[in-house]
Structures are given as structure tokens and as C-alpha cells.
Write a protein of this length. Structure first.
Length: 204
């Protein structure tokens, strides 16, 4: 999917996948053998068709998620500090190296690129899939995290003048808004911008 785009597809086994902007999913024309394996770069929400005899596996950077039939979100952008797996329904096993974690609905685990699995936390699952429902959702997000989301959705290059504010931000913004409208919302939090073509400069 390009920057600024989303895509929904159905895999050969009936599994439904929503792909976020700047994401790609690699999968076979037909699933054969004893597993259904796909490769994700970016972010996707999966509703996996149940098949206990043929587990579904997602390879996301250096993390593997194993399921039989379940609903979950995977955020695996290279520019993010960790791969985040959030479970909404069913159960999943997340594997990183020799470590693994079993998730129950409402739980999330992160795996850093250079480290192992983080702790399993209970999270607001609505926040994890807000992108699928047309929202930017921030709950204690720092400014670089927010800017990375805008970069992918509005096809921007973001740079900073001066020191990056250490504040954390919370709120919801519709992804259907124009960039100028989103920037006006962010300016209410005393964040200032200058736009030069597709380059967005964040100013103190």
C-alpha cells in the first residue's frame, strides 16, 4: 500500500487482512503443507480463518506470530522501535528468538529489533486498530511517534528545528481530514509547523 492508502484483501484461505499505509504483505497463491505463512512489513489487522490443522504464521521483521484462528493487529514498521502485537480475539503465540509469549484478548506484547520480548500488558485495543477505523489515536504518544504516522499517511518528509518537545500527547483525529486541518488541531497543543512542498518542518 502506498503512503496515504489503505487496502483490504482476502487471502486464499479466507483470512481477511487490512493493510495500513506504507505496508506490504507477501503470501502464496495457495497455502500448501502444514502451515499458512505470510510476511508483513508495516502494519496490518488480521481476521484469520480457523484451521487447527494448518496454523497461520505471520513473520514481521524478526518476530513470528502463530495462530489458528483469531483477530489481531501487528505493527512492524522498520522505523518504529519495536514490533507490537495486539490481540482482540482468540489467542496468539508471539516468538522472538528463544523467547515466546502467549497473549489473551486485550493484551499486547512488543519485541524490539535488537532485544527480546517485552512484558505482556493489558491495553486499549481500540487504540491499536484505530487506523483501521479511520482514526489517528494517540494516548501518551511523543511528538516523533505522531509525526511518523503523519509521514506515512500524508506522504511527508518531517524534520525538526530546535529541540523536540518532551511532552506526551493524547487525542483522536480523523484520518479523512486534510493535512492542513490536522496541523490546526496539533497547533492547539502549541506545536508549530512550516510546510514546504511535501516537507513538514516542526518548529519550537
Amino acid at each position: 500500500t502506498p503512503k496515504g492508502g489503505q487496502f483490504k484483501l482476502t487471502l486464499p484461505d479466507g483470512t481477511r487482512v487490512w493493510l495500513n499505509a506504507s505496508s506490504s504483505l507477501t503470501y502464496p497463491v495457495t497455502f500448501q503443507g502444514d502451515e499458512r505463512k505470510v510476511k508483513l512489513e508495516g502494519e496490518a489487522y488480521f481476521e484469520v480463518a480457523h484451521n487447527k490443522e494448518m496454523p497461520f504464521k505471520v513473520e514481521a521483521l524478526s518476530t513470528e506470530i502463530q495462530v489458528t484462528g483469531t483477530h489481531f493487529n501487528v505493527n512492524a514498521f522498520e522505523e518504529e522501535p519495536a514490533v507490537k502485537t495486539t490481540l482482540l480475539e482468540g489467542s496468539v503465540k508471539v516468538i522472538k528468538g528463544i523467547s515466546y509469549a502467549m497473549l489473551a484478548p486485550g493484551q499486547e506484547v512488543s519485541s524490539s529489533v535488537n532485544g527480546g520480548l517485552g512484558t505482556v500488558n493489558t491495553v486499549d485495543t481500540e487504540g491499536a486498530v484505530a487506523w483501521k477505523n479511520g482514526l489517528f489515536y494517540f494516548n501518551g504518544a511523543d511528538l516523533p511517534y505522531i509525526m511518523r504516522q503523519l509521514e506515512r499517511w500524508y506522504d511527508l518528509e518531517v524534520s525538526y528545528e530546535g529541540e523536540i518537545p518532551k511532552r506526551l500527547y493524547a487525542g483522536e483525529v480523523f484520518r479523512s481530514l486534510k493535512l492542513s486541518e490536522v496541523l490546526k488541531v496539533l497547533e492547539l497543543s502549541k506545536i508549530h509547523f512550516r510546510l514546504e512542498g511535501n516537507k513538514l518542518i516542526v518548529m519550537p
